[in-house]
Ligand binder design. Structure first.
Ligand SMILES: NC(=O)c1ccc[n+]([C@@H]2O[C@H](COP(=O)([O-])OP(=O)(O)OC[C@H]3O[C@@H](n4cnc5c(N)ncnc54)[C@H](O)[C@@H]3O)[C@@H](O)[C@H]2O)c1
Length: 254
């Protein structure tokens, strides 16, 4: 297969959250291969370092790794401000990080609820807040919020995660309305069941694969690069009149 190269992404300054592994690592790699200047926030240092070792093509700007936990908003605000002071304003924000830990209704405490919302929803707002003044200075920008098909198809076993993911689509629509006048576009990228290392290790059993065959229209599995390629398009000038929308990449499941 042959995929697009976007001239508008060349040298674009792209911030990815949770970029050390899974779909986030695909975002980092795909933007890097487009010639973008990529920076990513990640709490897993080992994963981030091994990704960086892989991305060392001559003539390309190596991504910048910022080691931080997205649950700590004050730290995140400081880390983004420091980075922008040195490397310039951000053009594209991919709010990717999340964690789909399963939980039972009875076992959820107030602390656990708050922690899951902090991990799956809160940082998307505050990362956006941190980069918007720079996007305004640059004359516009693109924010890509990574949602999930899970709440749309009614998956159980993780109601806080699905509530947060539904909330992301509301956040997108509210921010798109508020930021459109400044040339900033905000969209939700909705993945289906994506074959990351973590999903393959934890959940993709033979039964899981049979479920995919039953539910998707397309037979092939959805891979992390399939999600990242939609982020490329949403970040590029090619999608210049798209904002406040949800773009689903799920092989036709939902
Ligand atoms: N994989 C799927 O099937 C699937 C389906 C629907 C939606 N999604 C969404 O796609 C996005 C990426 O998912 P994934 O499957 O690649 O997840 P993953 O768990 O494989 O990777 C998430 C990355 O984010 C990092 N991260 C998590 N919490 C962090 C924190 N507090 N601070 C800093 N870094 C943190 C992790 O260390 C990891 O590198 C998420 O928003 C997820 O909800 C994934």
């Amino acid at each position: 297969m042959k995929f697009a190269q976007y001239p508008s992404l060349d040298n674009r300054h792209v911030l990815v959250t949770g970029g050390g592994s899974g779909i986030g690592a695909s975002h980092v790699e795909q933007f890097y291969r487009q010639g973008a200047r990529v920076v990513f926030i990640e709490r897993d240092e080992a994963a981030a370092r091994s990704l960086l070792d892989k991305l060392d093509e001559q003539g390309r700007t190596k991504p910048v790794f910022l080691h931080a936990d997205l649950r700590d908003i004050e730290v995140i605000q400081a880390v983004i401000a420091d980075h922008c002071a040195t490397c310039g304003d951000i053009d594209v924000l991919v709010n990717n990080a999340a964690h789909d830990e399963r939980h039972e209704l009875d076992s959820v405490s107030v602390e656990y609820w708050d922690e899951r919302i902090a991990l799956n929803l809160r940082h998307l707002f505050f990362c956006t807040q941190s980069v918007v003044p720079g996007m305004v200075r640059r004359g516009g920008g693109s924010v890509v919020n990574v949602g999930s098909f899970s709440w749309r198809v009614g998956l159980g076993g993780m109601p806080i995660y699905t509530a947060a993911k539904a909330g992301i689509e509301g956040l997108t629509r509210g921010l798109a309305r508020d930021l459109g006048q400044q040339g900033i576009r905000v969209n939700t990228l909705v993945p289906g069941w994506v074959m990351t290392k973590r999903q393959l290790e934890l959940w993709v059993t033979e039964e899981g694969k049979a479920e995919i065959q039953r539910r998707q229209c397309l037979e092939e599995l959805v891979m992390p690069d399939d999600i990242a390629r939609m982020a490329l398009w949403l970040a590029s000038d090619d999608s210049r009149m798209c904002t406040s929308q949800s773009f689903v990449v799920d092989g036709g499941w939902s």
